[in-house]
Design a protein. Structure first.
Length: 287
């Protein structure tokens, strides 16, 4: 139903090195090249990250050197473990080789880099409960494996325009919530409740248990999306353009629907498809 975006991800410039037509990078060398965020979006150094956590800074993710073993490093690891037990920061920690850390900064990172989130995250439970308490009919958008920042930002913008109560993403396998995402969303991420969950399957099960129907948009469905009753509490699930919705998540959906394709192109861009689904819900709710 969706196709992979053809827009290449930005790549950092590499130092110039003279090469001849016959030289090639070693085949065994891993490629850790990354898009380098602005330094204002990162905190590096163990003590600096500890202070940021103590100050309650909202962190999108933390890259931690795999073989970190210093006493100060152990203090950070213990701090992160304690926060995880409290339900704060679940799934934001990634153990990586030092080569990947070095790609983000030339400064002494001491084996840790934290990426600050420009937006605040909300509790899914609180968002759903508050909507019901206000007498509203919840409408949520759940993204499964959407990693492209531009698509993520565009979907957030549409969600805000459509009056969606919350945008739900997983803590792993999702686009970074950074300045580029906020810009692409036209600032919508500053006002749209964003829920980052550690386990999408648990989140989908929670929604169903709360009386919210979970509707999956998938090309493999038989039912047309206009045949679904979106006037009731609804969460719409959109999958990545290359892999679709993860099978275990798809099995938890109440309904599976498709957007019909009439031309020679087999699929829509995921952000466009999300808009089609959302505005069918808006149309039905305004009848």
């Amino acid at each position: 139903m969706f196709y992979k975006s053809s827009v290449p991800s930005p790549r950092e410039e590499r130092p110039f090195r003279e090469r001849t037509a016959h030289t090639r990078p070693a085949a065994s060398r891993k490629n850790y090249e990354v898009h380098r965020p602005k330094e204002s979006e990162m905190i590096f150094g163990i003590r600096a990250v500890l202070e940021a956590l103590d100050a309650g800074k909202t962190v999108d993710k933390i890259l931690l050197r795999r073989d970190m073993s210093s006493s100060l490093g152990r203090e950070l690891i213990d701090k992160l473990a304690a926060l995880s037990q409290e339900g704060v920061g679940d799934g934001i920690i990634q153990r990586v080789p030092v080569e990947k850390l070095n790609q983000y900064t030339d400064k002494n990172h001491q084996g840790v880099i934290a990426f600050l989130s420009p937006v605040e995250f909300h509790s899914l439970d609180e968002v759903v409960r508050s909507a019901f308490e206000r007498g509203e009919t919840p409408l949520l958008m759940v993204l499964d494996g959407i990693t492209d920042v531009r698509n993520f930002g565009a979907i957030a913008r549409t969600c805000s325009c459509a009056g969606v109560h919350a945008l739900v993403i997983g803590s792993k396998g999702s686009a970074s919530v950074n300045g580029d995402a906020v810009k692409t969303s036209a600032g919508a991420l500053h006002s749209l409740p964003l829920c980052k969950v550690d386990n999408l399957q648990n989140a989908l099960q929670y929604l169903r248990d709360s009386g919210v129907q979970v509707v999956a948009a998938t090309e493999h469905a038989v039912k047309n999306y206009t045949q679904t009753d979106f006037s009731q509490p609804t969460a719409i699930v959109m999958g990545s353009e290359d892999k679709g919705i993860y099978p275990d998540n798809l099995r938890l959906c109440s309904e599976q629907v498709r957007i019909p394709m009439a031309g020679t192109i087999e699929s829509l861009n995921v952000s466009v498809a999300a808009g089609v689904m959302l505005y069918e819900a808006v149309r039905q709710r305004n009848l």
